[in-house]
Ligand binder design. Structure first.
Ligand code: HXC
Length: 514
């Protein structure tokens, strides 16, 4: 055959395969408000950058008449390309082919691109849209999942791993996203659960819709399995692009530095914290008052809102922010917020991203529910993560830093490199009211005017401890600064600590309390 006719044959074969499960299945996919797997890749990656591998792979299953069926590309598309010029490896399950179910060859394609991503030290993006283990392939599909989970774990902390849930992700399949760094979900499209509504009905006799069981809102607001919630696939892809712009390609490099810029004039940092220490404020305004262009990319915005985490830039350099949020439960730490912050701190540490912590915390949330939910174990995760992190750590105490909260939120004692405090900082074992009631109880009780004595003692305690100067006199706080000086100090700290190096004792690994 002459070259031209061979090329024609190749083109025809390709064209057929590019249709995936065929026009009818594509229409069904679109009717659900979903793009096809290839369209998703093309929308996310830079135009013309996607290079596909294994287009011609076919399944080799024999049972249940599978030998009579062709499954184009075995229901998953793999390859690499770029996002804003930065290389990434990607796979997208094709629901139009056997419901994107995972058989042996399908799993081999995914593990091939995972191995490629690890070898090339580039981020891996997985788009999940699948009915789960291909039932006809039995243990081969289970083996396939196991191979994926193993690679997710080995790659963890070496290359960024991003999961995008754009359809069902059911049964054991959910554990691949759960092992990755960031999970994106889209309203009405994403469904994640271990046991589906039918199993729940059979076993427990309870009726529940897929949406209420494991829809996008459930995972963004209740379970904390998802880090980013979007209303549409377009919004989701914009979010992935933004995330990729903030993180480094791998753990042996740093995120790209972009042109620095001042925060927007709308954020007056001197006016954010109210004069009355009992009044709340949105700590995200403080973050936006110090970041370049006032840009703050929040992570897990809808979950455990009493702590705020996310990325911003200082002097063009990616920085992770952890901040107590006074407008939610007064900014206390509890089980969920501890988990949320601890994992983010470890992410920043693994990928060479400095951490800035803003502290305004009245303490850990008291109560039987929290104690029984394991607040001791979960709260300890924050202590562990800050202590273990060797990236630059800068802490700014804005207002309250009481009790265990003071220690946990990136204190000097957990090896913060710089601890700054605003004049409004109150660093003490507990709030003045509680403290005065305990240590001056006898004076108050024996007084002719207990209420007046109580007030006096509260004032006395406030004067002595509810300020940053005692901590500063011991060197636990390096500088007491005006709010308007914060960005200057942060810029200085970020630049000075760029080559920070810390030697930790040799060990196989530690035992964080998870
Ligand atoms: C083989 C599957 C499949 C599967 C879907 N299909 N799931 N084929 N194995 N797991 C096929 C369907 O037969 C159908 O083929 C096509 O994909 C589209 O599926 P529909 O059911 O028509 O689509 P829809 O109505 O949108 O429903 C989607 C769905 C449903 C909710 C995902 O298909 C479903 O419940 N599937 C089974 C889910 C499941 O229980 N999976 C196993 C989980 S256990 P045709 O030829 O008709 O187009 C698991 C264990 C992993 O994954 C363990 C790892 C440790």
């Amino acid at each position: 055959m002459a070259l031209n006719s061979k090329i024609k044959e190749l083109k025809e074969k390709r064209e057929k395969l590019l249709l995936g499960g065929g026009q009818q299945a594509i229409e069904k996919q679109k009717a659900m408000g979903k793009r096809t797997a290839r369209e998703r890749i093309m929308t996310l990656l830079d135009q013309g950058s996607f290079t596909e591998y294994d287009l011609f792979v076919e399944h080799d299953a024999r049972d249940f008449d599978m030998d009579k069926k062709s499954l184009p590309s075995d229901g998953v598309i793999i390859g690499s390309g770029t996002i804003d010029g930065s290389p990434v490896a990607i796979y997208a399950q094709d629901f139009t082919v056997a419901g994107g179910s995972l058989g042996l060859m399908h799993s081999r394609k995914i593990t091939k691109i995972m191995d490629h991503a690890l070898r090339m030290r580039v981020p891996l993006i997985g788009i999940n849209d699948s009915g789960g283990a291909r039932i006809q392939e039995g243990v081969n599909s289970l083996a396939g999942y196991g191979e994926i989970f193993f690679r997710n774990t080995i790659s963890s902390g070496v290359i960024p791993q991003i999961s995008v849930i754009l359809g069902p992700c059911a049964g054991g399949a959910v554990y691949s996203p759960a092992l990755t760094d960031f999970v994106f979900v889209v309203d009405k499209i994403s469904k994640m659960f271990i046991t589906g509504p039918e199993v729940i009905k059979t076993v427990l006799g309870e009726e529940i819709s897929m949406e209420d069981l494991g829809g996008a809102r459930v995972h963004s607001e209740i379970t904390g399995n998802a880090h980013f919630y979007s209303e549409s696939e377009d919004e989701c892809f914009a979010g992935i692009k933004k995330l990729v712009s903030f993180i480094p390609r791998n753990n042996s490099t740093k995120a790209g530095v972009i042109e620095p810029a001042e925060p927007l004039p709308g954020f007056n940092i001197d006016k954010i914290v109210p004069d009355d220490p009992t009044l709340p404020y949105d700590v995200r305004d403080v973050i936006r008052a110090v970041t370049d262009r006032s840009d703050f990319f929040e992570i897990m915005e809808h979950y455990a809102k009493n702590i705020v985490i996310g990325f911003g830039r200082i002097e063009g350099r990616t920085t992770g922010f952890v901040a107590n949020q006074p407008i939610e439960m007064a900014g206390v730490l509890d089980v969920d917020s501890s988990d949320k912050a601890a994992r983010f701190i470890r992410y920043c540490d693994a990928f060479n991203i400095p951490i800035i912590t803003f502290v305004d915390i009245p303490g850990y949330l008291p109560g039987v529910d929290q104690e029984h939910a394991g607040v001791i174990r979960h709260g300890a995760k924050i202590l562990y993560s800050y202590s273990e992190a060797t990236v630059p750590k800068i802490t700014v105490i804005l207002r309250k830093a009481y009790g265990g909260g003071y220690i946990a939120m990136g204190s000097r004692h957990l090896r913060a490199d710089y601890v700054l405090a605003w004049p409004t900082a109150e660093i003490a074992v507990m709030g003045p009211e509680g403290a005065a009631n305990i240590i001056f109880r006898k004076d108050i009780m024996s007084s002719d005017d207990p209420e007046e004595t109580r007030k006096q003692k509260v004032e006395e305690y406030k004067k002595k401890f509810a300020n940053p100067y005692v901590a500063a006199s011991k060197g636990y706080v390096d500088a007491v600064i005006e709010p308007s000086e914060t960005r200057r100090f942060l810029k200085h700290s970020i630049i000075v600590s760029e080559n920070k190096e810390v030697q930790m004792p040799q060990k196989k690994h530690g035992l964080p309390p998870f």
